[in-house]
Ligand binder design. Structure first.
Ligand SMILES: Cc1cc2nc3c(=O)[nH]c(=O)nc-3n(C[C@H](O)[C@H](O)[C@H](O)COP(=O)(O)OP(=O)(O)OC[C@H]3O[C@@H](n4cnc5c(N)ncnc54)[C@H](O)[C@@H]3O)c2cc1C
Length: 280
């Protein structure tokens, strides 16, 4: 199917991008394009209006790359999932992010899809927001007025991102005492979007859990932290005796929302598996 006509813009600096966004109104931002191009087709099929302008972020070097500075890692929004999965910085410091980026979709999609597009698209089942919440990451945005704003990944769920806000980078503080695991499951081999996912970040001190961030993605609503389980875990020793008690202290409202028995069982299984892995 041929897409409706649009004007394609390809700014080469952030400043040029902001200027462009301030001068034209009817536009959509394109990162990897893996969602956007499908949407343009779907809107045309439905007879809905399609944007007159597409602004690509592809040629803006300021939006690409991963760097580590002391105890902080910055991932630019246009970094692809493959680049993240293959980065030695990510491999050494953010193993759960590596796992998530390696398991999303297929390699042709991962070669195009960007971390910025995955988060900013705001699909409830897109996987990287849960991982960012578990890492307590900060998301940096720029507006068409060139003003920047930093939002915690957890607050992004309620953050009203307008067409003028562009995600530029993600900042993650490295915690050498934290262990983070990511688990996801799909329902059918033929459909590669997740059915449920879980990201658990545990900080231990002398085997006792000092801090826990358990993020649940039931893929029906945005990822949320299981505050009940986090509260229960703090101060407990991370050993096998803890595993049966985890199931008794989960906030089932998050896991069981519109879930059938299969999904409920899978969640209980996956959380146990995550803690087994955390225990090592
Ligand atoms: C067949 C298929 C299977 C997939 N399976 C999975 C899966 O299992 N798990 C998963 O998590 N994801 C999955 N995805 C999604 C994929 O991983 C990408 O994250 C997603 O397609 C968006 O990334 P993109 O860079 O291509 O964004 P685009 O398609 O370019 O953009 C998506 C949306 O985000 C906006 N946007 C993009 N970048 C920015 C930015 N920096 N600032 C502000 N707005 C922005 C765009 O305007 C657009 O509305 C799948 C996609 C496909 C096509």
């Amino acid at each position: 199917m041929l897409l409706n006509n649009f004007t394609y813009h390809s700014p080469v600096t952030l400043s040029e991008l902001c200027k462009l966004c301030a001068t034209i109104n009817d536009y959509k931002i394109k990162a990897g394009g893996t969602f956007l191009l499908n949407h343009l087709k779907a809107w045309k099929k439905r007879g809905a209006k399609t944007p007159a302008n597409i602004i690509s972020l592809y040629k803006i070097p300021e939006l690409k790359g991963i760097k580590k500075d002391k105890n902080e890692i910055t991932i630019k929004a246009m970094t692809t999932l493959t680049e993240i999965a293959e980065s030695s910085i990510v491999d050494k410091n953010l193993s759960a992010l590596k796992v998530a980026c390696s398991s999303i979709a297929t390699s042709p999609i991962r070669n195009m899809a960007t971390i910025g597009g995955n988060i900013a698209s705001r699909f409830v089942w897109a996987e990287l927001l849960a991982v960012m919440i578990a890492y307590d990451a900060k998301l940096k945005f720029i507006g068409r007025d060139k003003k920047t704003e930093i939002v915690g990944a957890e607050d992004f769920v309620d953050y009203k991102i307008g067409a003028d806000k562009i995600l530029t980078e993600i900042i993650i503080k490295i915690d050498p005492d934290a262990k983070v695991v990511y688990k996801r499951s799909t329902k059918f081999a033929s459909v590669d979007k997740p059915f449920l996912a879980l990201c658990a970040n545990i900080r231990t001190d002398k085997k006792k859990i000092k801090k826990a961030r358990i993020v649940v993605n039931n893929c029906i609503s945005f990822p949320q932290r299981d505050n009940k389980l986090e509260g229960f875990l703090e101060g407990k020793e991370l050993n096998s005796a803890l595993f049966p008690k985890i199931a008794e202290n989960m906030d089932y409202r998050l896991y069981d929302l519109k879930s059938d028995d299969y999904k409920k069982t899978l969640f209980r299984h996956i959380i146990k598996e995550a803690f087994r892995e955390l225990k090592g």
